[in-house]
Ligand binder design. Structure first.
Ligand code: SAH
Ligand code: SF4
Length: 437
């Protein structure tokens, strides 16, 4: 979602004369678009700010200005701390206010050095109302935010506090943006939301649409070849979404459905509002609707109160389901969340050992899934940008990365690749047919 928001900020700044550069050294403005989900992500902001300060000082020596801004969820949650700890930061603004960038920037550059801005409101008017008409390509595969915020309040999570309450965009606006993206060359759209399957936007017929209905409408867009969505919550899986997996060929057979833990006791303490049995039943329904479907998940290891038995339950669940890929993290207490006040904390060395054990199982599963393609053709959508000289990078229907040697004219195209080797993260292969491309 930060990648999507960053693209939006670029769109808003472009008419003001800004273009993106690869290195911050001599930029007129640096915006750090930050993540607050785990402690590590927050720490990174302060270390990056240290490096940016050096560039800013260099620029000032030459009599030039560099505006330094911190955006995103760290700005939302710790804006005042950033301003007091990092004196060279000119503005901090939360994820709901980037449409106000031109005004904020005018204030900063107008009275440079004397004014600093903090903007962490949740304005009534929505940032999505400020989407400029753009004709720039966002690549063969791109994100599209359809839903934001969360009302679930899992006890470990900062999202309801930093991104605010659940909000779904109108279907008409989403369809318009998707058509524009496809007209500019996008073939694979990932619909985004903190709880994307809680989507309940106003449809073009004035009725409330769920995610399944929205996907069916998006599938009508000619040349939109692939549709994905992320991230879903097990409690918000509706029948219309499962049916869309059965009926809509453009909907990719891959589902990221975080479970976090395999222990019902821990799920309850996390306030996840479902059991492991519910989760398994949901996956079975998806498998019945679309037998090719593969699953991925998120896991939090070492949540307060997690015993060896609770961890074994998580390990056994992973063994039972078999995930194509997964993300796993050590529990990280986040200020202001209910879990941050819990007792029975797990020692770091125990968390480390459990995480290592789980990750080796998950890596093994990912590797064997990827190896199952060796010798077979897979449909790959190559990125618009060439990866490096002569080599293309793309994604399979399961969103697995693929590298293959090929001419740049295949960029942005869907091509069959015969898989020759497979690692845990990516496939390597040879392009099969070029004749009809
Ligand atoms: N809405 C999604 C998750 C969004 S956050 C859901 O409900 O599943 C992305 C992932 O970050 C989570 O799935 C969780 O695994 C991880 N995460 C969130 N807060 C965390 C914390 N305090 N410590 C460790 N991992 C965390
Ligand atoms: Fe966070 Fe997801 Fe829980 Fe919402 S549902 S509080 S985003 S983990």
């Amino acid at each position: 979602m930060n990648a999507y928001d960053t693209r939006r900020m670029q769109d808003i700044l472009r008419p003001m004369g800004y273009t993106s550069v690869d290195e911050p050294d001599a930029a007129d403005m640096v915006i750090l678009n930050t993540c607050h989900i785990r402690e590590k992500a927050t720490d990174k902001v302060f270390s990056d700010l240290g490096r940016i300060r050096d560039h800013k000082l260099e620029m000032e020596k030459k009599g030039q200005q560099m505006v330094v801004a911190v955006a995103g969820c760290v700005a939302q949650a710790e804006g005042d701390v950033i301003l007091s700890r990092a004196k060279h930061v000119d503005m901090v603004f939360g994820p709901q206010t980037y449409h106000e960038l031109p005004e904020m920037l005018a204030k900063i550059t107008g009275a440079y050095g004397s004014a600093r801005i903090i903007n962490t409101d949740f304005p009534v008017e929505q940032k999505f109302d400020y989407l400029p008409d753009e004709n720039t390509s966002c690549g063969a595969s791109a994100f599209l935010s359809i839903q934001e915020g969360c009302d679930k309040f899992c006890t470990f999570c900062v999202v309801p506090y930093t991104r605010g309450s659940e909000y779904s965009r109108d279907a008409a606006a989403i369809l318009k943006e998707a058509r524009q993206m496809v007209a500019n060359g996008t073939k694979d759209i990932t619909l985004l939301g903190q709880n994307v399957n809680a989507y309940h936007g106003t449809g073009t017929d004035g009725k409330t649409w769920g995610l399944g209905r929205l996907i069916r409408e998006l599938a009508e867009i000619e040349n939109l070849k692939r549709i994905r969505y992320s991230t879903s919550h097990p409690c918000d899986v509706q029948d219309d979404l499962i049916e869309a997996h059965r009926d809509v060929p453009q909907l990719m057979p891959h589902l990221h459905l975080p479970v976090q833990s395999g222990s019902n006791k821990i799920l309850k303490a996390m306030n996840r509002k479902h059991t492991i049995e519910d989760y398994i039943t949901t996956l079975e329904k998806f498998r019945t609707a679309q037998p090719d479907i593969q699953f991925s998940s998120d896991f939090i290891i070492g949540f307060p109160g997690e015993t060896d038995d609770d961890f074994e339950d998580t390990y056994n669940l992973v063994q039972k389901i078999g995930f194509a890929s997964a993300y796993s993290f050590k529990y990280s207490p986040r200020p202001g969340t209910p879990a941050a006040n819990m007792t029975h904390l797990i020692r770091e060395d125990i968390k480390d050992a459990r995480l290592q054990r789980l990750q080796s199982l998950l890596f093994e599963q990912a590797l064997s899934f990827n190896q199952s393609f060796i010798g077979h053709p897979v449909e790959v959508l190559f990125d618009t940008q060439q990866h490096k000289e002569g080599q293309l990078h793309g994604r399979t229907r399961y969103n697995t990365a693929v590298y293959a040697m090929g001419p740049s004219r295949l960029s942005g195209q869907i091509v069959d690749v015969i898989v020759e080797s497979a690692g845990q993260m990516a496939l390597h292969g040879a392009i099969r047919i070029e004749s009809d491309i």
